[in-house]
Structure formats: C-alpha cells, structure tokens
Design a protein around this ligand. Sequence first.
Ligand SMILES: *[C@@H]1O[C@H](CO)[C@@H](O)[C@H](O)[C@H]1NC(C)=O
Ligand SMILES: *[C@@H]1O[C@H](CO)[C@@H](O)[C@H](O)[C@H]1NC(C)=O
Length: 211
Amino acid sequence: MIRHSQPNGPKIKVLNYSGTSNQSAGVVWCGAIICTILTIAVIIGGIVTFIGYLVIHPRVPYVSVMDAHLDHIQIDYAGILEIQVTILIRAQNGNEKAHASFSDSSYSLSLNREVVAQLVAPPFEVGKNSSVDFNYVVPSSPIPLGPDQAEDVDAGLKKDLIIFDLKGSSRVRWRIGSLGSVRYLCRLDCQLRFHPLNGTYIPSRCSSKAK
Ligand SMILES: *[C@@H]1O[C@H](CO)[C@@H](O)[C@H](O)[C@H]1NC(C)=O
Ligand SMILES: *[C@@H]1O[C@H](CO)[C@@H](O)[C@H](O)[C@H]1NC(C)=O
C-alpha cells in the first residue's frame, strides 16, 4: 500500500538492493582473490622450501662414540671400585654450508646402575663438513658399591666382560641456508662393552644418528 502511494519508492528500493548486492559480491570476490593469492603463496613457499632443501641437502649433526678403552678397573674386598675409562666421542656436522653449535653436552657413565662419571663439555662449534673429537679420560674417585653391585662387577671381571651404560645428550643448533635455524637434541643411550683383562673396547654402534 505504501509502495503504491509512493511511485519512487520501489525504484529507490531496487537501486538500494542492487547496491548492497554489488557490495557483497565484491566482498566475496575480494575474499576469493585473497584466498587464491594466499594459496598460491603457500604452494610457492612449499616449492621454494623443498627446492632449498634439495639444494642445501641439510644433514642432522650427530654425536657418536668412536673408540674407548678401559684403562683401569679394580675392586677391593670392601667393595670399593676404582676405574679409569677413556672414551672418544665425536661430534659430526655433515652440512657443507652450515656450521653447527653444540651445547649442554652431558653424558653419564654408569656401571651396574651406579653412575661412576659425568662427561660434560662446554659449548662448542663444529665447522662446515667437519667434526670435533672429545677424548674423555674418566678417572673415577673410589666408589663404594653395595654387596650386590660388587658381586656383579666381580662376576664381570671373572667373565672378562664389563658393561657400562652411557646415556645423555647434546643440544645442537644449525642453520639450513636462509630457511632458518633448527634445534635438535642428539641423544646417546648405549652400552659400552670392555674386556677388562686387556682393557679392549668391544666396538658396537653408539650414535645419535638415526639408523
Ligand atoms: C666433506 O667431507 C668429506 C669427508 O671428509 C669429503 O669427502 C667431502 O669432499 C667434503 N665436502 C666438501 C664440500 O668439502
Ligand atoms: C683382548 O682380549 C680379548 C678377549 O680375551 C681378545 O679377543 C682381544 O683380541 C684382546 N685384545 C687385544 C688388543 O689384545
């Protein structure tokens, strides 16, 4: 009724209507374009990262036990243990374009669940495609063992086989080109086996490198 009494009414209304329609279509288009641009950006980013990865070929730095020697082991009648072990740990960085920073290196050496030594290193850098060796000479101060532990060590000496547990980690940080820096924890958790009679290390895999 009111529309009929105002001839201009419907016309204004139509204009007004089509106006909002254009606006919302515009918003939809804008959204679609932004979405498309974002999608393309993400895809291009992914391709660049992938190609960068292929070109730079980053390798995860790692630590491993290269060699060891049981220099001295002795347990007296009272169950007091004295040992000296040499352990060669190598930190390796296979990246040809990036150096790696190692920090918080700490490894505990235990014998029959008794920690006999803590192997620590100050923060250090490993150059491009290079390695750094740590030759730990671990003299343990006399360690009183419980009767069970002493018996185990005694049995190991008689069998000519002494097994240490080496557990710990180093933090490593290195840059992958312009893609940013990566942080990683190099963990070691392995058994070091020795012939106590001649101190020989029985080589086995002990590395933080994934198999
Ligand atoms: C990286 O080191 C390995 C082994 O030491 C060597 O064979 C290789 O040529 C080195 N690569 C570069 C780019 O120096
Ligand atoms: C040490 O002793 C073990 C077992 O008796 C033997 O297999 C090994 O060859 C010896 N190593 C050396 C360097 O004499």
